[in-house]
Design a protein around this ligand. Structure first.
Ligand code: ADP
Length: 555
């Protein structure tokens, strides 16, 4: 029978597993895989930094409920993916990284780009393994796919020593596994479903919190049914935005502080009580609320706060169970004083930012820029946000109308995701507008990959919020003191985009923002709107310094 190379087995296996796109940075020894992928009809997005391709691949996973794949070269090429792998792990997102590695026959001799890649990667991954034979490549890719997507999703790493790629075997000796099935969707224990509703039926101040685990599960329909039947007030995590309609009467996201502090029973679905939710503990939460937790990872139940009822299962399935059980154990809050109070507070909070949204002051502040973006964005736009203040304030100003259409720095607080996440968003959703909101510092991390957007004709619009410094709002400098973290003011990132062949806009007056955005969106090209803003701009004063260092350390 015919001989087949390891590279070809990788390509055939990816196709068999249903992969249609790979994010790559070619180099030794993965060149044959990358070239072969293109010949085999896979979409090959070639990027400029391995960190970026790992990030793009995981955003691809999250938006498509599949395993996004990236391919990196050996040694430091592969270790450049480690931050992306750590981010996928923190966000519970699937990812398959395929890394070439040095030749086995020269190991421990100081070979070119020889590093212990599996050992470095294993602590950050659900699964990390080096192929020990060419024949096993299809089986290992199949195992990696299943590991990445099953249960709580996460990253898998397959290491391919050079000989495993360039070598050949007799095709008849290669076992071919059945493609990885759809990940199982476990149900919760029925008795506990009933118990959960009993607890909720006794609550005076109930609250539903929806996270991106529910988004990964595509639980939006069941969540909406539950909210409509019970009228439970809800809020979402940053990437849970869009799981329920933002204009729903039970949406109390804009009264987050009051809702968390006042709730006496919380239904937590696909979200963790980590730093994003203040560990679920006082002073941000009541000391004695009842917690009903829905999570696919059984060991997550009870983390940081004991769960009154733990529903270990898939969010979509468990929400359907809860909806069905409402016939037996009715829960209906009506227009309770609790909901009315929160809605009023939300309206008040909205009113406090109104003057900032409409401010004509120059230099420009965050709110005015974001308001202009909000007003030009159609409802189906995908919003990527990256950088501390830009990301944080954008949640208050720009709504998300549909699930999985907000991507940001996530649980790891991973600055730099903006450019690669936007690229994946446009690859996955070519028909939807994609806007990437980035601070100038955040933009710098993977900024060169805007060239990738130009090269692949991905008309993404970047808005760079240029305050010309790093993290000013959490540091206090004496007036006049030289700040080592200040950048050169008014840098021309728009010219950088133009140099690559995209469309650039430079804006330093509030009234210029809207026309610049409109030109960028209608240019049909990758565009960058470079907004020069007030270096001292910050968010409106908060009761709790949510993301400020004092706040984070002080819990
Ligand atoms: P967020 O940042 O949106 O608050 P987290 O990343 O903290 O969300 O938490 C997501 C949670 O969702 C994780 O604990 C993860 O185990 C869980 N999860 C992942 N997939 C599912 C699923 N299909 N059903 C239920 N929970 C899920």
């Amino acid at each position: 029978m015919a001989e087949i190379s390891g590279a070809q087995l990788v390509i055939d296996s990816l196709k068999r597993e249903g992969v249609d796109t790979v994010y790559v940075l070619p180099g030794d020894p993965v060149g044959d895989i990358v070239n072969g992928c293109a010949k085999a009809g896979l979409r090959v997005i070639s990027m400029r930094h391995e960190q970026a391709l790992g990030m793009a691949a995981q955003a691809h996973s999250y938006m498509t409920r599949s395993v996004g794949v990236c391919i990196a070269a050996s040694g430091v090429g592969q270790t450049n993916t480690l931050t992306a792998i750590a981010n996928a792990y923190s966000n519970c997102w699937p990812l398959l990284v395929i890394g070439g590695s040095a030749e086995l026959r020269r190991r421990n001799m100081g070979d070119f780009q020889e590093l212990p890649q599996v050992e470095y990667t294993a602590p950050l991954s659900k699964w990390a393994y080096a192929a020990e034979s060419i024949q096993r490549i299809p089986t290992l890719i199949n195992i990696a796919m299943k590991q990445a997507i099953t249960g709580r999703p996460g990253p898998a790493y397959l290491d391919l020593p050079a000989e495993m790629i360039s070598g050949t075997v007799d095709e008849s000796e290669v076992p071919i596994p059945a493609p990885a099935p759809e990940p199982p969707r476990p149900l919760a224990e029925p008795g506990k479903v009933r118990k959960a509703l009993e607890v909720l039926s006794e609550a005076k101040h109930p609250l539903l919190i929806v996270g991106k685990g529910a988004a990964w599960s595509w639980a939006e329909e069941e969540l909406l049914q539950f909210v409509d039947r019970t009228q439970i007030p809800f809020l979402t995590s940053p990437m849970g935005m869009g799981m329920l309609p933002p204009d729903h009467p039970s949406n109390v996201s804009a009264a987050r502080t009051q809702a968390l502090q006042g709730a006496d029973a919380i239904l937590l679905v696909g979200a963790r009580l980590n730093w994003i939710f203040h560990f679920g503990q006082p002073p941000r939460f009541a000391p004695d609320y009842k917690l009903i937790q829905v999570d696919i990872e059984p060991s997550e139940i009870g983390t940081n706060v004991p769960a009154t009822v733990g529903l270990a299962g898939d969010a979509k399935m468990v929400m359907a169970q809860l909806v069905e059980a409402l016939d037996e154990v009715p829960v209906s809050y009506g227009e309770s004083p609790w909901l009315t109070g929160l809605t009023e507070k939300a309206a008040q909070n909205g009113a406090t930012i109104e003057p900032m949204l409409n401010s004509d002051v120059s230099p420009i502040g965050y709110y005015r820029i974001l308001k202009e973006i909000r007003d030009v964005l159609p409802k189906d736009a995908i919003v990527v946000a990256d950088g501390a203040s830009t990301m944080d304030i954008s949640r208050q100003v720009i709504p998300n109308w549909f699930p999985r259409q907000r991507l940001d720095a996530g649980v790891a607080g991973c600055v730099g995701v903006g450019v690669p996440f936007s690229i994946a968003a446009k690859v996955v959703h070519p028909d939807k507008p994609v806007v990437c909101l980035q601070g100038d510092w955040a933009f710098g991390f993977n900024g060169m990959d805007i060239e990738t957007a130009v090269r692949f004709k991905l008309p993404i619009v970047w808005v760079v919020f240029q305050n010309a410094n790093i993290d000013k709002w959490v540091r206090t400098y004496v007036d006049g003191e030289e700040d080592p973290n200040d950048f050169k003011p008014s840098m021309r990132f728009d010219k950088m985009m133009e140099a690559f062949g995209g469309h650039g806009e430079y804006v330093d007056k509030p009234e210029e923002i809207r026309p610049a955005l409109e030109r960028a969106f209608s240019s049909g090209k990758a565009s960058l709107v470079n907004v020069i803003m007030d270096p001292g701009a910050s968010r409106r004063p908060q009761q709790f310094a949510w993301l400020a260092r004092e706040g984070r350390m002080g819990y």
